[in-house]
Ligand binder design. Structure first.
Ligand SMILES: Cc1cc2nc3c(=O)[nH]c(=O)nc-3n(C[C@H](O)[C@H](O)[C@H](O)COP(=O)(O)OP(=O)(O)OC[C@H]3O[C@@H](n4cnc5c(N)ncnc54)[C@H](O)[C@@H]3O)c2cc1C
Length: 416
């Protein structure tokens, strides 16, 4: 599945550190260009495809789907992608919708698709097998990065050295590349964790996603494709306050957990039951003060990790990657330096505002919705009522969810 070739010294055009979704998407796009690229990841690719590695699903927005199409991986993903046609919003302990977003109100375009993380990885690995200009070295850890005016040099744990014109840090929230470059970031913990698992339910979900803003934190039900035996499936993201250990549902026995799930699911799903493993993710915000330094660009979570309340973390990262890809394609056409300061500045300028706006929005949403204050609860209900009755405001939020509003890279804008 991966191409790995360990020798002492290598030279390439671009070296990508990190083979999570961001690194793989970046590599698959570079695979379309006249540039050579080496991607390094510390995890064994085979292990990352195991259902027990990462039980999450990702809501891929309408805009991000265009980028996956450009990578050439979308055709393999489509059969596993469950379209979202409606989003129901519930508030507090009420089991009635306070707000509904229906894709018919935005011309019938799909809001997005729910995909299993392991399916996204599998499709991208397969796609990369056909890209002769991309080499994957994994499992392997980057232990040092150095840059000069005209190149970046990366050292791996087996002593291999790779030099490139551009270093892309796609190595996640704790980014080694970011820290090594001395880039500080703004960060705080939300003192929350998200419990993630898959459930099967008696009745179909009708391609509806549910976001229930409960007092203890948001509870999301995300529609998945049926499994091979025809069982109807959804993925849940159950956010809890980490300080209130007595409510840590992660440790519930199966019977108690299923009982708690049933009480949180709308009746139309019928009987619900958790399958597979439960996963728990601590939630925090992390936003780098700079996305670039000499010969270096940070993308996705390495640059900005946000609260998953709106399911936009990777979608933002995909917009970074699309912007960087546009600049790399231009540099190839004009035969200019792909890692010049001017090029990196353009990348930073293209992405800072969009990422800052989304990081701020998700932060405020979480503060507003993970709160049992009566005053905030009243303001929240009033706000949602106003949105429900104001079609332009409703359309604005729907376009945001689709990833087709805001500052869009050409690759996404041009395909709309
Ligand atoms: C509960 C939850 C639900 C979410 N739901 C959504 C959603 O619905 N939609 C959405 O858009 N986003 C969602 N997100 C956000 C999304 O998961 C992240 O934005 C995305 O996974 C970030 O991908 P990445 O590739 O940047 O980082 P990562 O997935 O962290 O990948 C980083 C990679 O770098 C490698 N690495 C790190 N250091 C080194 C090193 N020194 N050497 C070699 N390799 C290294 C790691 O092994 C890893 O493979 C969610 C997040 C959470 C927590």
């Amino acid at each position: 599945m991966t191409k790995s070739d360990h020798t002492a010294k290598k030279q390439t055009d671009i070296v990508i550190i990190g083979g999570g979704h961001a690194g793989l998407i970046t590599a698959a796009l570079i695979g379309q260009l006249d540039l050579n690229c080496i991607l390094i990841d510390r995890d064994d690719p085979q292990k990352t495809l195991d259902a027990a590695f990462d039980g999450r699903t990702t809501a891929i927005s309408y805009g991000s789907q265009k980028v996956l199409q450009e990578t050439g991986a979308w055709d393999a993903l489509e059969p596993h992608a469950c379209p979202i046609e409606k989003i129901d919003i519930l508030d507090g302990n009420s089991r009635k919708n306070i707000l509904e977003f229906d894709n018919k109100e935005v011309g019938g375009d799909i809001f997005g698709w729910i995909l299993e993380n392991r399916q996204i990885r599998l499709a991208l690995y397969k796609r990369l097998e056909d890209c002769d200009n991309v080499t994957i070295i994994a499992p392997s850890t980057v232990t040092a990065c150095d840059t000069t005016n005209d190149h970046a040099a990366v050292t791996l744990d087996d002593g291999t050295q790779i030099t490139a014109k551009l270093l892309i840090g796609a190595d996640g929230r704790g980014s080694f590349v970011r820290r090594n470059a001395g880039i500080e970031s703004r960060q705080w913990s939300y003192n929350q964790h998200a419990i993630v698992c898959t459930v099967v339910h008696e009745h179909p979900h009708d391609n509806i996603a549910v976001e229930h803003f409960r007092n203890e934190g948001p509870f999301a039900i995300l529609p998945m494709t049926d499994d091979e035996d025809g069982h109807h499936r959804s993925s849940i993201v159950w956010t809890e306050d980490s300080k209130k250990r007595q409510t840590n549902s992660f440790d519930y026995d199966d019977e108690t957990f299923n009982y708690a799930l049933q009480s949180r699911f709308p009746d139309r799903y019928g009987t619900v039951k958790q399958i597979g493993k439960r996963f728990s993710f601590p939630l925090s915000l992390n936003h780098a003060y700079h996305y670039t330094s000499q010969r270096t660009a940070l993308v996705a979570d390495a640059a900005h990790g946000i609260h998953p309340i709106a399911g936009q973390g990777l979608n933002l990262g995909i917009r970074d990657i699309a912007a960087l890809y546009g600049l790399l394609a231009q540099a190839c056409d004009t035969q200019t330096d792909i890692g010049s300061d001017a090029q990196l500045q353009r990348y930073e300028q293209a992405r800072r505002l969009d990422n800052t706006a989304m990081a701020g929005t998700t932060d405020i949403l979480n503060k507003l919705f993970s709160n049992d204050s009566k005053v905030l609860g009243f303001a929240r209900k009033a706000g949602m009522h106003i949105i429900a009755k104001t079609p332009p405001a409703k359309r604005f939020f729907m376009k945001q969810a689709m990833g087709s509003a805001g500052i869009l890279p050409a690759l996404i804008k041009d395909t709309q």
